[in-house]
Design a protein around this ligand. Structure first.
Ligand SMILES: [Zn+2]
Ligand SMILES: [Zn+2]
Length: 382
């Protein structure tokens, strides 16, 4: 079968880019040899999403150790990437059928963080921070392939009559925004989103649907801010690209002015910029909340630690999705008639499919690399 793989040696990491479109062996279910296959299924992808993390692998910005450590553990020389999936089940392990009720032909998406079900966090319902988690497309083979083998317990049944397939394929990253927006009550609140890339744009949509009244978008990229405006933010502020770590006082003033002179109720830091983090902290009113999702490599400096304590500001970090609470909320939001989330995602974030939907089997490295730098989200059609 065809697959998009990382098949370089560790020492080639620093002077290569991209993924290799190549032939690999199909995954099989064989319960007689591998009893664990009983709890798995084989899925044929229909649409898959290219994640920010896939982009970091493409450009060799992150995940080197995770990938190569997992490869040396399974004695393999290549990893099939991809974890944002909409696909059709084509083969079902006996336990997957008996216990989970999956059948051939079922259409599913998948949680990308495979949880163990046995550790402390899993046992108390915090499986999104499982101690033994594996990430699809990083620590096990992923869905940029004709077939992918996945555990039944991770799957999310999806009704293609209710959610259009290009959007259904990005339920997992949309879930990051849903998780972020679920950390605090947004009803009637003023909100600023720092970083209007893919998850920032999703956050704008979800925050609105969850009742935020004033939404401000902040970014250094003009194109991102255009998209934020098309999605209906109330105001955008353009910052110059990163200038160290001190808060951007102009942006802090402008946001305070917009929000009763005090600052927003809730700031979302989605960019990973150290300066944006400190700006977000200062632009949040006393007693407000800062939701942290953006992350870059290296150390961060908090220039306003005193402010956090003395003004009673709360910081919350977000990783992955609550399994499966976030998935239920995401599905409810997508199928609600009130917010047109699907149309906004398809028409604006996916640019009505123009330049954003790539036929998987006609993979062309150059045009693909251009597209992932131009659009917030790219999907493969199989
Ligand atoms: Zn992703
Ligand atoms: Zn666990």
């Amino acid at each position: 079968m065809k697959a998009l793989v990382l098949d370089i040696r560790p020492e080639e990491w620093d002077f290569t880019t991209g993924l290799n479109f190549t032939d690999v062996l199909e995954p099989k279910l064989d319960e007689s040899k591998e009893p664990a296959d009983g709890s798995k299924v084989i899925i044929q992808p229909l649409y898959t999403g290219f994640c920010g993390s896939d982009k970091s692998i493409w450009f060799r910005h992150a995940f080197k150790d995770l990938i190569f450590n997992s490869l040396s553990m399974n004695g393999s020389g290549r990893r099939i990437c991809g974890h944002e999936l909409l696909g059709e089940i084509v083969e079902v392990g006996s336990y997957s059928a008996k216990v989970y009720g999956y059948r051939k032909g079922d259409i599913v998406s998948t949680e990308s963080h495979i949880f163990c079900g046995r550790c402390h966090q899993c046992k108390i319902g915090d499986a999104h921070v499982c101690s033994n988690h594996l990430i699809i497309g990083i620590s096990i083979d992923g869905c940029f392939a004709d077939y992918v083998k996945l555990p039944a317990k991770e799957l999310w049944k999806t009704d293609p009559d209710k959610i259009r397939p290009e959007v259904a394929a990005v339920q997992e990253p949309l879930g990051n925004a849903v998780h972020a927006c679920s950390r605090v009550d947004l009803r009637g609140r003023t909100v600023a989103v720092f970083g209007c890339g893919t998850i920032g744009l999703f956050t704008i949509l979800v925050a609105r649907a969850m009742g935020a009244t004033t939404i401000i978008g902040v970014d250094s990229n003009e194109k991102n801010l255009k998209l934020a405006e098309q999605l209906g933010v109330d105001e955008v502020f353009r910052v110059s690209a990163d200038m160290g770590v001190e808060p951007n006082s102009e942006i802090v003033e402008a946001i305070r002015k917009r929000c009763f002179g005090e600052g927003v109720d809730v700031a979302f830091e989605m960019s990973g910029s150290n300066q944006a983090l400190n700006t977000a902290l200062s632009a949040t009113r006393a007693g407000g909340d800062i939701i942290l999702f953006g992350l870059s490599a290296g150390d961060y400096t908090l220039t306003n630690f005193q402010e956090i304590i003395m003004y009673g500001k709360s910081m919350h970090s977000v990783v992955g999705r609550k399994v499966f609470q976030t998935w239920y909320t995401t599905s409810n939001l997508l199928t609600s008639s009130g917010h047109n989330l699907q149309d906004k995602i398809y028409d604006i974030i996916l640019n009505k499919g123009e330049g954003t939907v790539f036929p998987f089997h006609q993979f062309d490295r150059d045009s693909f690399e251009k597209a992932i730098q131009e659009h917030p989200k790219i999907v493969f059609k199989y």
